[in-house]
Ligand binder design. Structure first.
Ligand code: ZN
Ligand code: ZN
Length: 270
């Protein structure tokens, strides 16, 4: 890694249904890369908790404890809660009794819809995509109001698919007020905004979110920013983190945030 304090605080092991490598393999790769810190954040899709995620969350915790006990530099235990606003009881249960270092709150699907990854965006009536995005911002506000998380994951997630994979341009200016409400909510709630670098290696070709939103968050008083590759394999771990740190500098930040026992710790962007 180019930066001394490069941290990857959003990535998945085989405890997530869509990822391939064991927690120990992810941690070994983090050491090989020379990451300053590595936080593993396997999925828990809250609305599917009882059917699909309860046992995975338990398994991930056990595996992460094993990695921690094996020693080694700065390994932290995290979780990515998907849609906790849609099933707050499940979210509460997923967190109960486990001393996570870091909790990411994400919205992958709006209520009664599939993950944005699976939606069909072509041949839809005018306003369909703007409608989906409006519902997405609304759910982010619900997530922030719920509040038991540390950083908001990949704020512009739907664009990864709408713009990136389907090539349909979106004018975010139309959504500026809604995006501002989300950013203000984060600042007010003392929550971090994540720079998710997965977009840099995917078709969309930019971080989630990108420079204008990072600048705006800072302008609104936001100082807590985390970095994650969203790797689903050892091969992608740490990818884009150096660029993400440079992006934050370009947005005017001098520090970024690492969560330990759910407390923010500011580190220099060096
Ligand atoms: Zn996610
Ligand atoms: Zn993720």
């Amino acid at each position: 890694m180019k930066h001394r304090y490069a941290c990857d605080c959003h990535n998945h092991s085989s405890c997530s249904p869509d990822a391939s490598d064991a927690p120990a393999a992810m941690a070994a790769r983090a050491r090989e890369l020379g990451l300053y810190a590595h936080t593993l954040t396997d999925h828990c899709e809250c609305q599917k908790y009882a059917q699909r995620y309860r046992s995975r969350v338990e398994e991930a915790w056990i595996q992460m404890e094993g990695v921690s006990q094996a020693g080694g530099p700065r390994f932290y235990r995290g979780i990515e809660l998907g849609q906790p606003n849609q099933d707050t009881e499940a979210a509460k249960e997923a967190l109960r009794g486990r001393g996570y270092d870091f909790v990411i709150g994400s919205i992958h699907n709006i209520r009664d819809y599939e993950d944005f990854f699976f939606l069909d965006y072509t041949g839809k009536p005018a306003g369909y995509i703007d409608g989906l995005l409006s519902a997405y911002w609304e759910e982010l506000l619900e997530l922030i109001a719920w509040g038991d998380f540390d950083a908001l994951g990949h704020l512009t997630y739907p664009l990864r698919y709408i713009e990136g994979d389907h090539g349909i341009p979106v004018d975010l200016k139309k959504h500026q007020d809604a995006v501002d409400s989300v950013l203000k909510g984060l600042v007010r709630g003392g929550k971090a905004l994540e720079v998710n670098t997965s977009g840099l290696r995917q078709k969309i070709g930019r971080a989630l979110p990108d420079l204008p939103i990072l600048r705006r968050y800072r302008e609104l008083g936001g100082r807590l920013v985390t970095l994650g590759s969203d790797a689903h394999s050892t091969a992608d771990l740490g990818r884009g983190i150096d660029q993400g740190m440079e992006l934050l500098q370009a947005a005017g930040f001098t520090e970024f945030t690492l969560y330990i026992q759910r407390q923010p710790r500011q580190l220099p962007l060096e």
